[in-house]
Design a protein around this ligand. Sequence first.
Ligand code: ADE
Length: 251
Amino acid sequence: MRIDVLTLFPEIFSGYLGQSVLKKAIDRGLVQVLLHNIRDWSHDKKHHKVDDRPFGGGPGMVLMAPPVVECVEAVQAQAEPGRLVMLTPQGRRLTQPIVEELARHQRLLLLCGRYEGFDERIRLILKPDEISIGDYVLNGGEVAAMVMIDAVIRLIPGVLGDEESSCLDSFSGPERLLDYPQYTRPRCYRGYEVPAVLLSGNHQAVRRWRLQEQRRLTAQRRADLLQHGLSSEQCEHIVETPADPPSASGQ
Ligand code: ADE
């Protein structure tokens, strides 16, 4: 996958691009991330200005249409056209199904805003897919773009090893539930035992317990995720059903 990031602050990405899963994916040629500085398309050759005061008054600065539109068009023309995403708090909220849809593209262009927003003509001309990472306002789209890249690349075949496969993640799988609780050694810590079923060696019982825990946790914490699959009575039943009691023997 090729990801083009269009930003006023390309330096923000350098630490993130050089670390962990993304670095490995880049080194293995599975992902290519190209950074483009919108300022390079400024019409102001002296100060490289890309923003101006809003018509009608008000606080802050607005990103001007010409440098942004021309930057996107020039970058699009560098390869087969890709999906243009604008990171903005006004967009549709990012969810795992949207991440899955984005991961199916060969190429993404991520347009990061700053200041008080984009001149509306940028939206009208480029018709981007506007996406927000949540109902809060960031100082710009760069962190949101990193969140999106992080979520998308883990779905690209070969990026994660088999043992860390993404299909078992929270919000994935047929029911899109929260993840189940995990335990590792020691078996007992400060009086808290590992649930006996996880030590039983009974794989079917372990699978059943994990699914039950996923449904219980999701009903308890994020009933909104269940609303399409279960009735409210079913949700109440799940919330009230306790998980396996801690094992007394620690076996
Ligand atoms: N830019 C500023 N806030 C944002 C948000 N919540 N999501 C995406 N981009 C943003």
